[in-house]
Design a protein around this ligand. Sequence first.
Ligand code: C5P
Length: 307
Amino acid sequence: MESIQVWSPAKLNLVLRVLGRRPDGYHELVLLNTAVDLYDRVEMARSSGTGLRVECAHPGVPAGPDNLAARAAEVFFQECPDLRTGLSIKIEKHVPVAGGLGGGSGNAAAVLWGLPRLLGAKISNARLMELGAELGSDVPFFLFESPAWATGRGERLHRAEGDFPDYFVVVKFPFGLSTAEVFGEWDRRHGRSGGNSEEDQGYLTNSSNNSTLGALRGRSAIPLPRDWNNDLGPVASSLHGEIGEVLDSLLGAGAEHAQVSGSGPTAFGVFQDEAKAFRAREEVGRTPGLEARLCRSLRGPVLKQAS
Ligand code: C5P
C-alpha cells in the first residue's frame, strides 16, 4: 500500500469538570466525550527519502514540523525506527480550528492509527494511546471508542455505558480560543486552590452529580442531558459575549440542553428529534458569521479508513 486515508472526526465534551490545577500546570479533569460525524480527512502517502511533509490549505493550521500530525509521525518513527520512510501528510480541514472540538488532536490520532496500517507495523492500540498522550491530552480519546469517560488530564479513558440523544446542532464562531488561555482564565477566577475547594468537593458528593463521581471511580453511566455541564463554558462566554447568546438561541429553538465544547468557542445543542434539530440549525445558522451544522454522535470506534 502506498497511501492511506483516514476520517478524523470532531469530539464534543458532554461533561467537562475541572477538579483543580496540578503541580505540572495541567488540570485534573473529568470528561465525557462523544465523537460526531464532522470529519477532517487525513491522507498519508509514502514518498522517497526520509523527509516528512505536511500540507493543509487552512490558514490557521501550521504546515511543517510544528503540526501535531507531523509530531505524531515523528513519535511513531521513533517508536518503530526500522519503518522510517519519506512521508507526505495532507489534511483536508472541516473541523473548526481552535474551536474546542479536538480537531488537531484527532488528526494526530489519525496519523498514529494510519501509519501502522500503511507500513505494516505490529503495535498495540494501548501503546498508540500512550504515544498519543505525549502529544496532547485529547489524542488518546480518538484512539479509543465513543462515547467515553476521560480522567486525569484527559488521557485516562474508560467506556461510557448508556444512551443519550443522537442529534447535535454544532455552531462555529468566526473566531477561535486558545485552550491554554481559557484554562489560564479559569485559574485566575479560582485562585491558587483551583477546584479543590470544599464547595467543589461537595459538588462531587452531591447526588445529582453521581455520574461524575462514578466516572472517577471507574463506573460509567451517562447522565441525562440536563445534567451535562462544562466548567470552562462560563469562562469562554465571558471572553466572548456572543457565545451566551447562541446558547440561548439553541435552547429557544428547542434544544434539550446547550453548552460550549471543550475550551470553546464552539457551542452545541442536543436534540432527540431530527426534524427539530434541522429547524434549529436553520434558525441559528441565519445569524451572520455563524455556521451551524447538524451532526450525529458516533458510537463505537472513533477512527476509520476513508475508502
Ligand atoms: O494537552 P494539550 O497540549 O492539548 O493542552 C493544551 C493546553 O491546555 C495545555 O498547555 C494546558 O495549558 C491546557 N490544559 C490543561 N489541563 C488539561 C489539558 C489541557 O491545563 N487537562
